[in-house]
Ligand binder design. Structure first.
Ligand code: HEC
Ligand code: HEC
Ligand code: HEC
Ligand code: HEC
Ligand code: HEC
Ligand code: HEC
Length: 415
């Protein structure tokens, strides 16, 4: 009976996936159908009568299903044998990367390793083989116990936080009419509300697993189709006010310039030099670009400190219709360098920063199976196949320079 119900849930999700209209949605920006997550008489977990062994396994019954598309953010083990990358290409990233450990030999006689658990947030989801981080006992720069990290540490399983018609956030006060995450989301009329971006916790939300209370709201808008190849056009999420303060809820010392972590500036305007570099940068040694076409989803920035959803909606697209780079008042944020879930690279970085002078050689993404005749591909690819490095960049074409150095240079142009 139990497994039969799980099958039903998965089937329901598959049917939902086919639909594109709100009528087929599950959360619709707020609390979803109770029995999608709670089984009242045949639950897998005695705690809160959950459909899975724990909260995150309950989410992954749908979000971890096979077939990379739409709302899926975790590839099942069977779909990603050695050499095959996780398939989802969402802005947050596919948690499957935390199960991918790579070893390679950068020079004869030495071995390097890129541990899976360095690749992202190690959520604990017993039914899907996700275990706590082996190194970080607590959140670096904070004190949260890493064994408690789950989907509902960051997302509200009951989706109570809402954006009201006057732009303020509350956990009650007007009914939620639908998701507020998309460039196609309705604007709430007086007496209505839409869900907070990605049903993330924020100011007023109760604590989820791990006990952290958020005071910052995460303002952003995503294109309505966001799990896709970025080979021809980028998936541009428009990030607004609060994104870095939101991460700092659990990583306070990674945020403060005065902490012992000697943090990179965040939450401050890019200024003339950095914005100018970003807009001119095409690739190593090539500064011929222009502001109108310089946007790069591998190095996103926050739109000033805005909470204006008209502006955010206009900036969020997957058609390439808004390719403009930053203004001097736009900001560097945690997500300029990291993703929120997991990535193909160490420290959950959007691009390969660690341990290599070149991120691409011979004009293509590197790989252990690359046809390139340039020696030592395993070193440049850090043990990954071409399919894996390509997917780690969300299938973005290698459009930089034939010998491309790290993408810190998009803002700093030291190459
Ligand atoms: C998306 C999944 C999901 C949906 C849908 C959902 N819940 Fe829950 N619910 C959870 C999880 C996960 C917990 C456990 C929270 C924890 O362990 O911190 C929980 C806990 C609870 C609890 C006990 C703790 C508390 O917060 O009071 C109640 C009561 C509850 N849910 C009621 C409901 C009702 C009623 C509905 C439908 C209107 C519903 N839930 C829909 C995931 C869900
Ligand atoms: C029964 C299947 C199912 C379960 C269980 C489920 N989800 Fe979802 N989820 C969906 C579907 C379908 C969508 C896309 C449609 C929608 O947003 O309603 C979605 C969308 C989302 C989104 C994007 C919503 C938005 O408005 O931007 C988030 C975030 C999310 N789910 C988190 C969770 C978390 C966290 C849990 C567990 C506490 C969970 N889901 C459990 C099916 C499910
Ligand atoms: C550390 C906090 C954190 C945890 C843990 C987390 N999420 Fe997210 N999630 C986010 C943030 C932030 C975003 C928005 C990312 C963006 O737009 O750049 C997001 C986005 C999403 C989306 C939209 C697609 C995407 O990837 O952009 C879904 C669906 C989702 N999360 C589901 C889940 C589920 C299911 C889990 C647990 C298996 C989970 N999340 C765990 C913070 C988290
Ligand atoms: C609810 C608390 C919470 C929030 C919010 C949160 N994190 Fe974390 N983060 C953790 C915990 C716990 C760990 C340690 C476990 C691990 O490394 O998987 C961690 C680890 C990390 C790591 C190290 C990964 C590794 O293994 O080396 C990075 C990088 C990171 N977080 C960045 C972020 C960013 C960026 C955000 C905002 C989008 C964010 N975190 C939001 C709790 C959180
Ligand atoms: C300019 C790029 C950049 C920005 C912005 C940035 N980080 Fe990082 N972060 C890195 C790099 C690179 C590393 C790898 C470690 C190193 O080289 O210091 C890292 C490492 C981390 C780690 C792991 C540290 C450890 O001890 O394992 C955490 C956690 C983290 N960052 C969180 C954040 C948070 C939270 C923010 C925003 C408040 C943020 N980062 C902003 C580039 C960045
Ligand atoms: C989105 C743009 C952006 C990216 C990407 C970026 N930076 Fe920065 N960086 C800035 C801004 C803005 C400043 C502060 C203004 C300045 O120093 O010009 C800064 C300052 C710095 C400083 C000087 C810090 C100080 O306290 O004086 C260093 C060093 C630095 N960045 C290194 C890096 C490295 C290494 C990377 C890649 C991991 C990186 N940055 C990626 C925008 C960026």
């Amino acid at each position: 009976m139990k497994s039969f119900k799980v099958v039903l849930v998965v089937m329901a999700a598959a049917i939902i996936a086919l639909g594109t209209t709100a009528a087929y949605a599950f959360h619709s920006g707020g609390v979803a159908e109770c029995t999608g997550c709670h089984h009242l008489h045949d639950a897998s977990s005695s705690s809160a009568l959950l459909a899975g062994s724990d909260a995150s396994s309950t989410c992954l019954n749908c979000h971890g299903a096979s077939g990379a598309s739409s709302y899926r953010i975790s590839t099942p083990d069977a779909d990603m044998p050695a050499g095959t990358p996780p398939g989802n290409r969402t802005p947050g990233g596919d948690f499957g990367w935390v199960k991918k450990t790579y070893t390679w030999s950068p020079r004869s006689g030495s071995t390097s390793t890129s541990e899976g658990d360095r690749h992202g947030h190690n959520i604990v989801a017993a039914d899907f083989g996700y275990v706590a981080d082996g190194t970080n006992a607590t959140a670096p720069g904070g004190d949260m116990d890493a064994t408690l990290l789950g989907c509902n540490s960051c997302h509200d399983n009951h989706g109570k936080l809402r954006r009201l018609s006057d732009g303020t956030f509350a956990t009650t006060g007007a009914p939620i009419i639908g998701s507020g995450s998309y460039n196609t989301s309705a604007d709430p009329a007086a007496g209505q509300a839409v869900g907070a971006y990605r049903i993330l916790r924020g100011n007023g939300s109760s604590a989820g697993d791990g006990g952290k209370i958020f005071t910052a709201n995460f303002n952003a808008v995503a294109p309505s189709t966001y799990n896709r190849s970025e080979a021809t056009t980028p998936t541009r999420v428009a990030y607004g006010a609060g994104t870095s303060d939101w991460c700092a809820t659990c990583h306070a010392d990674m945020h403060s310039g005065t902490s012992s972590k000697m943090t990179h500036p965040i939450n401050q305007g890019l200024g003339t030099t950095v914005a100018g570099n970003y807009n001119a940068y095409v690739g190593s040694g090539n500064m011929t670009g222009s502001a109108a076409t310089s946007y790069d989803s591998l190095i996103p920035f926050q739109t000033d400190n805005t909470t204006d959803y008209t502006v955010l909606k206009a900036n969020s697209t997957n058609t390439g219709s808004v390719s403009t780079g930053p203004a001097t008042s736009d900001r560097v944020m945690c997500l300029s360098c990291h993703r929120a879930h997991a990535t193909g690279w160490d420290y959950m970085l959007r691009t390969n920063v660690e341990g290599n002078e070149f991120i691409a050689v011979d004009g293509v993404w590197p790989g252990t199976d690359s046809p390139s005749t340039i020696a030592n591909q395993a070193k440049y690819a850090q043990g990954r196949t071409v399919a894996e490095t390509t997917k780690a960049y969300n299938d973005t074409t290698m459009h930089y320079a034939s010998y491309q150095r790290v993408l810190c240079n998009k803002c700093h142009a030291k190459d």
